[in-house]
Design a protein around this ligand. Structure first.
Ligand code: GLN
Length: 186
């Protein structure tokens, strides 16, 4: 299973593909359960979680992803991807994969600062990581098996639960490959 799958139903998948290739690995756009079959791990990019939730169910990828998650395939959700992985979305009934023991609040940074950039400390990194947040969710609660790898203003912004990884920001929008390399090493 040579490929790093990048869910490509909607949203900013192209930048992840470029980052994976810059890390020296083969990336593949995933739109169907068949596409996922020869992937060893999966990135779920940013985008619109309600739209992609519907497309995941229509394509049958919802079941395929849940199946592979059971076999501990590493999955990384950035922003929307993390919303789709979360067990709970605060204040609304919205379909999700419900794998990651976190609670998220969508678009939680408010209209004025819905998008912003800041340097964060990421566990194990020598130097700060420049993080780009775009209409990002806030993680309002994490389960006991969830490790917080980075925080901003007291809220977790990078989390790990076994082979599941989530960031509320977009590492694919910078040239810094450290977080992609971290995911590829999981
Ligand atoms: N605001 C989007 C949502 O709630 C997520 C934004 C993003 O992925 N950058 O689905």
């Amino acid at each position: 299973m040579p490929y790093i799958g990048v869910l490509a139903l909607q949203g900013d998948f192209q930048k992840h593909i470029e980052a994976v290739r810059a890390c020296g690995r083969e990336a593949k756009e995933v739109r169907t359960p068949e596409d996922l079959r020869d992937c060893e791990r999966l990135i779920i990019p940013g985008g619109e979680s309600t739209t992609v939730g519907i497309l995941l169910q229509k394509s049958g990828l919802d079941k395929a992803i849940l199946e592979r998650a059971k076999e501990n395939m590493p999955i990384w959700g950035t922003c929307m991807g993390l919303i789709l992985l979360a067990k709970e979305i605060e204040g609304r009934e919205q379909w999700g994969l419900k794998l990651f023991d976190v609670r998220v609040i969508r678009n939680a940074y408010g209209p004025q600062i819905n998008s912003f950039e800041t340097d964060i400390e990421f566990r194990g990194f020598q130097k700060p990581f420049h993080a780009v947040f775009i209409r990002a969710p806030i993680i309002s609660k994490v389960g006991k098996d969830v490790e917080v790898l980075a925080s901003h203003n007291g809220h977790p912004v990078a989390v790990q639960q076994g082979t599941l990884f989530g960031t509320t920001f977009h590492p694919e929008l910078t040239d810094d490959l450290r977080i992609h390399q971290f995911f590829l090493s999981l």
